[in-house]
Design a protein around this ligand. Structure first.
Ligand SMILES: [Zn+2]
Length: 351
């Protein structure tokens, strides 16, 4: 069994302000050595980490992000390849997948951790769900590489891979891309899941996710499945249309996934994303979030899952996080998870 990390083409470079850039290609043989012709000031991350004395939860203060680049039309997109006279964040004239440090990060510097941007395609107008199988695998390989590298940084506790797709969920650039936050602390949701996993292990002696995933795989909320992975609407979904995707076996993160399973995982991931587009008959704004095992607590929680959801509740209607959700953290879901699962299954036939 080969590791995800041992295969494929990877080229490393440095941007003009000192940030790292990495290219991951579907196959070897591409020249990605073009240098950044811009004259950027040295990169200095400047966020601040505070802790709410009432809830005990961490909050990042990143006021410098107010000046960051927002929605760009094709012409001045920072993620499109560089053209003569139009240098972007990606110096190469073409690429498959590019990863670089975020120029306007919420983490890094004195706070610790790191923020990276992952561009999924050189083509400004593609979306992840429409990319070919080879490219989905390359994206997974880039995520696995970054998960291993960022987990090894001093103080990092959680490597959170995510994509916000669509202006409705806050994506400031329309080019297909995601981000990776390497947090120097455990975010509140991951901390709550870790506490549940510890309680489950103490009471039942096994992995919480193994138990949840096995029950869901045999239940009425399955959306799609393979021999190794299952996608399901969770029993207590918070969002009207929410899917979780997990390996049946205990795998802590993408870096630990056996290489031969990565294409199958990414194919199912693409399948679920296409179902989101099939739900309402047009491209749906979504968030796709990889909950990988906490770096320092794998003995207690070593099973990753992907959470995908849209903030839509019906065609043309959005679920807003009002007082109960935003202030009390108490979600009220207007759609039964069993009904949502049936719609996701049907959406697969349409897409
Ligand atoms: Zn672009």
């Amino acid at each position: 069994m080969s590791s995800v990390l041992e295969t494929g083409a990877r080229t490393a470079g440095v941007l003009s302000d000192g940030r790292e850039i990495l290219y991951f290609d579907d196959e070897p043989g591409h020249d990605r050595t073009a240098s950044d012709t811009r004259d950027l000031a040295p990169f200095t991350p400047g966020a601040e980490l505070r802790r709410d004395p009432l809830t005990g939860q961490p909050v990042l203060i990143a006021a410098h992000r107010q000046t960051r680049t927002v929605s760009s039309a094709g012409g001045d997109c920072p993620l499109c390849p560089s053209r003569p006279g139009h240098p972007t964040e990606v110096p190469a004239a073409d690429y498959h997948v590019a990863v670089f440090e975020n120029r306007f990060p919420s983490l890094g510097g004195a706070v610790g951790g790191r923020c990276e941007v992952v561009s999924f395609s050189a083509d400004h107008d593609r979306s992840v769900s429409g990319l070919p199988a080879d490219r989905l695998t390359t994206i997974g390989r880039a995520w696995a590489d970054r998960t291993a590298a960022l987990s090894a940084l001093p103080g990092v506790e959680q490597v959170f891979v995510f994509e916000n797709r669509g202006a409705e969920v806050g994506a400031t650039l329309s080019h297909p891309h995601g981000q990776i936050y390497a947090y120097p602390y455990l975010p509140p949701v991951q901390a709550a899941v870790l506490a549940s996993a510890r309680a489950h292990r103490a009471e039942h002696g096994g992995c919480l996710l193994c138990s949840v995933v096995a029950a869901e795989a045999a239940g009425p909320r399955v959306v799609a499945a393979t021999d190794d992975f299952v996608a399901y609407v969770p029993e207590a979904a918070r969002w009207p249309y929410e899917v979780h995707l997990a390996p049946l076996a205990c795998v802590p993160d993408l870096a630990a996934l056996p290489g031969e399973l990565l294409p199958r995982l990414m194919a199912l991931y693409g399948d679920v994303l296409r179902r989101f587009d099939g739900l309402f008959g047009d491209p749906t704004a979504y968030m796709a979030c990889w909950h990988q095992a906490p770096v320092l607590h794998r003995a207690d929680l070593s099973h990753f899952y992907v959470q995908m959801f849209t903030t839509r509740r019906a065609a043309g209607k959005w679920k807003f996080l009002a007082s109960s959700e935003s202030s009390a953290g108490a979600f009220i879901n207007d759609v039964s998870p069993e009904a949502a699962a049936a719609l996701f299954r049907a959406a697969g036939d349409r897409s």
